[in-house]
Design a protein around this ligand. Structure first.
Ligand code: NAD
Length: 237
């Protein structure tokens, strides 16, 4: 008789922001496959409507939830500009969703968490290595790496783990401009030593690992899930 595989999130309640699309949607689906009661938050088309950058909206979205075992902060937006061409409103919008949104959702969930709970933020490989034309986005994702380490230290005494995942370029609505343009897609693929863009599921599997008990001694890390993008240059020199 074969071994019975246990579902890795059985009995757990997991909240996923940005769950209507891309990495968030793949994570929500995987959490459910692994036995979790998973609740998706997004601006629309998901279980609960929530603007993560708005304090009152975040509070409403979590109303009625008692114990929460996991939170995945996947809601995010990007702008593609060098600092000199970046308008202030665009800068603020990126920080409001990516950084303030991550902070607000995490603050809301902490009081509902006990020992063994896990929080996973979505940072980016562009927080680990420089990429041109992404001043606001890179800075916001760098802030998330720093926030991850801070929160890991602050909440370790309560047995709550906090980590972030740093994806390379993955095929989602966020990167449509890349994978729908054959030349840009080829350029981007060449920047990933494993020779392809990521799929949302590649990232979701790493998030699942960090949520699960398999990662019970891991906190405060920035895990690159990027086909080698942040490892260095692919070409011989
Ligand atoms: N796709 C990539 O290549 C890549 C690479 C590195 C990091 N990331 C990060 O991963 C996360 C998910 O990105 P994705 O590629 O799945 O993008 P996506 O655009 O497919 O999904 C992002 C989701 O966030 C939601 N969202 C945006 N603003 C929101 C708000 N104010 N409140 C609630 N929800 C909001 C959107 O509606 C959307 O459903 C983001 O934080 C992104 O920065 C993505």
């Amino acid at each position: 008789m074969g071994a019975v595989l246990e579902m890795r999130l059985a009995g757990k309640t997991i909240v996923v922001t940005g769950a209507a699309s891309g990495i968030g949607a793949a994570t929500l689906a995987l959490c459910r496959e692994e036995g979790a009661t998973a609740v998706g938050l997004d601006l629309g088309s998901t279980d609960r409507v929530c603007d993560v950058s708005d304090e009152a909206s975040v509070r409403r979205a979590f109303e009625g939830m008692e114990r929460v075992d996991g939170l995945v902060n996947s809601a995010g937006i990007a702008v593609r500009q060098p600092a000199g061409a970046q308008d202030t409103a665009g800068w603020e919008a990126v920080f409001d969703v990516n950084v303030k949104g991550t902070f607000l959702c995490t603050r809301e969930v902490l009081e509902r968490m006990g020992p063994g709970a896990s929080i996973v933020h979505l940072s980016s490989a562009v927080a680990l290595t420089g990429v041109r034309n992404r001043a606001a986005y890179s800075a916001s994702k760098g802030a998330i790496v720093a926030l991850t380490r801070n929160m890991a230290l602050d909440y370790a005494p309560r047995g709550i783990r906090v980590n972030c995942v740093c994806p390379g370029f993955a095929r989602t609505a966020l990167t449509r401009g890349i994978f729908e343009d054959p030349q840009r897609k080829a350029r981007i693929e060449a920047m990933h030593p494993l020779g392809r863009m990521g799929e949302p599921e590649d990232i979701a599997k790493a998030v699942l690992f960090l949520l699960s008990g398999d990662a019970s001694w891991i906190t405060g890390i920035a895990l690159a899930v990027d086909g080698g993008f942040s490892a260095g240059h692919r070409d011989d020199v």
